[in-house]
Design a protein around this ligand. Structure first.
Ligand SMILES: *Cc1c(COP(=O)(O)O)cnc(C)c1O
Length: 429
């Protein structure tokens, strides 16, 4: 008994007839927890209501974008207002300038920024730009870091001594994958070895500054600095993929927290206020290589459209208030403290990583260094925990590899209610 209501079940069978796997993005299919998804009717604040009328406290927020909660009035009002004057022009509009100015003001390493329509587009374009700028082909990425689904980045670690990758999806040519080296995250020696061997070939190192797509993993002290130093010494660009962390962990994301200055940064999710937006930016010298000024081609019919820009700006303005990031940290700390107390009291083996409004609970005692450790947690325990919580109205990510998100719409009462449910569910496993 998975607790999914009859209307959701019916919709999912109808979906499977006409949509591959019944979903438009694989994680939504609930395969990692062995079940079927529910369908949403509406959502407001911290709560989601499914088509069968069951309500959940949501800890995903559309996988990151909804940092103000669902359907925040500042964003929905903006969308209504702006839409009256047109939703897309394909001609420059003033919101694009305001958005670019905001990003450059908030993120010191970004001198110029180009808008696009998804995180995938942002990383794909940043990679091409880095290759065009350095006139080199090799990209370095890290096992367990997700950068969207473009060919050069859907690459898994190769076997044995070879660091050059293998396709991580059917349809990705081996020749593409060979231009991407995949290293274990948080292992300085692997990085040093690769740069010693082929540092002169590396166009760019792309990293999820705090990896958040295979659990939520934090860099060991000095690791990101090493990455920055080796890239600089070998003339490779450092790309921070802050699609998840950007504008969520503070105005300047992880680079602001760590005091680092990547050559290029990628954004998405929060920057679009729930509309499809991505962005990449960085040093002017590099960004000026983009068309129409430079030889690196990149474009988008809907890029910078007024609706998406205005929605994103409305969200960012709200976050910039004193009631923005400090409040998210306050909520995060409250949740973390309650969760630690509960898990210790229950004697449940666990690790908990939390920064600001992002958290991930691992059912293992292992130190979480990288994705290898994430994969060794107790998956069966996670599944039971997930379904137990869902049945009692708490919606956690349907996969042990995902990060949880709090929003400004969550209250201490929501968090305490959630901890109460955790207590009951853990008691029953
Ligand atoms: C979500 C995500 C992406 C891909 O963004 P889409 O908008 O889904 O294409 C890329 N990088 C990171 C770090 C992400 O979390």
């Amino acid at each position: 008994m998975d607790g999914i209501g009859p209307l959701s079940k019916k919709l999912f069978s109808a979906a499977k007839e006409v949509i591959p796997g019944g979903v438009n993005s694989p994680v939504r299919a609930f395969r990692n927890v062995g079940g079927e998804p529910f369908f949403v009717r509406r959502a407001k604040g911290s709560r989601i209501e499914d088509v069968d009328g069951k309500s959940y406290i949501d800890y995903i927020g559309s996988w990151g974008p909804n940092i103000l909660g669902h359907a925040p009035t500042v964003v929905t009002n903006t969308i209504h207002e702006v839409a009256k004057s047109g939703v897309s022009f394909g001609i420059p509009n003033p919101f694009e300038v305001e958005m670019a100015r905001t990003v450059c003001d908030w993120v010191p390493s970004v001198e110029k920024v180009r808008m696009c329509n998804s995180g995938t587009e942002a990383t794909m374009s940043a990679i091409r730009l880095a290759r065009g700028f350095t006139k080199r082909d090799l990209i370095v990425k890290f096992d367990g870091c997700y950068h969207g689904h473009s060919d050069s980045l859907l690459v898994a670690a190769g076997s044995g001594a070879l660091t050059h990758g293998e396709p991580d999806s059917a349809g990705v040519p081996g020749d593409f994958a060979r231009n991407t080296a995949v290293l274990p995250y948080n292992r300085p020696e692997a990085l040093e070895e690769l740069f010693a061997r082929e540092g002169e070939k590396v166009a760019a190192v792309i990293v999820e500054s705090y990896p958040a797509n295979a659990g939520f993993v934090l860099p060991r002290p000095g690791y990101l600095e090493l990455l920055a130093r080796l890239s600089r010494e070998h003339g490779a660009l450092l790309i921070f993929d802050e699609v998840m962390t950007g504008f969520r962990l503070g105005k300047a994301g992880v680079q602001g927290i760590e005091g680092l200055s990547p050559d290029l940064s990628c954004f998405g999710k929060v920057i679009g206020g729930g509309l499809p937006v991505g962005a990449f930016g960085g040093r002017a010298e590099v960004m000026d290589q983009l068309a129409p000024d430079g030889p690196v081609y990149q474009a988008g019919t809907l890029s910078g459209n007024p609706l998406a820009m205005a929605a994103g700006l409305a969200q960012l303005r709200e976050l910039a208030r004193p009631s923005g990031y400090p409040r998210l940290e306050q909520l995060g700390a409250h949740f973390e403290q309650g969760l630690r107390t509960l898990l210790d009291a229950k004697g449940v083996p666990h690790r908990l990583n939390r920064v600001g409004s992002m958290f991930c609970l691992f059912f293992t005692e292992r130190e979480i260094v990288n994705v290898d450790d994430v994969m060794k947690q107790d998956m069966e325990f996670f599944r039971k925990f997930f379904w137990g919580c869902l049945a009692k109205g708490i919606y956690l990510a349907p996969s042990p590899y995902e990060t949880g998100f709090l929003s400004l719409a969550h209250t201490e009462a929501d968090l305490d209610e959630t901890l109460g449910v955790f207590d009951e569910v853990l008691g029953g496993i």
